[in-house]
Design a protein around this ligand. Sequence first.
Ligand code: AP5
Length: 204
Amino acid sequence: MIVVFLGPPGAGKGTQAQRLVEEKGFIHISTGDLLREAVKKGTELGKKAKEYMERGELVPDELIVALIKEKLPEEGKVILDGFPRTIAQAEALDRMLAELGKKVDAVVLFEVPDEVVVERLSGRRVDPKTGKVYHVKYNPPPEGVEVVQRDDDREEVVRRRLEVYRRQTAPLVEYYERRGNLVRVDASKSPDEVYGEILTKLGL
Ligand code: AP5
């Protein structure tokens, strides 16, 4: 089963994916996490991606498609989080899956207003050791866990990421709607409510 998580930055895609991994055995593939790891390790991909990410812009399609080709598992229930993000990426994904005799089974669109995004991202903290995501107000890290803030969670970069989402990624809503496999969730609700809605809409 291949599920795509689509939605603006800070909509809660990573948070919900984490829970589906823990409770339902999904494999989580986040292009954002993979790119951050590449930047940290200083690989060729990381060196090329760094400046785009710092500006809140998209990394070029060819780099992302090559990355997914390498990471896409042939078996299992997979969540693609943050990929595809352009029509060209969606078409490349369709071709890749067709070669494996598969297709995108469902696309979950996380709908959330901009003000909520800005509040969530300014409060987001990450445990660099485990990659677990917290929020200073809505999901504070346990005592003793040292957390850091992501470089691209500064307000001006968040606003840029929202613009980029609207211009380059939002057209995917129509792309998948036409195929009839898009479901919408109200991502402004609590994490438990959003999780429940995802399970219902995916029939899990
Ligand atoms: P990426 O890492 O994918 O960032 P994003 O899409 O902007 O998504 P986020 O990780 O910011 O948000 P999320 O929806 O996962 O929210 P989260 O669960 O953390 O991409 C980063 C960069 O990499 C891009 O800008 C681009 O440069 C590059 N990139 C990545 N993929 C690419 C691609 N395919 N093509 C080209 N470039 C690519 O939640 C946010 C916060 O809110 C957390 O603190 C969380 O605790 C809290 N929270 C979550 N849910 C709730 C809730 N229901 N109620 C209250 N708080 C909540």
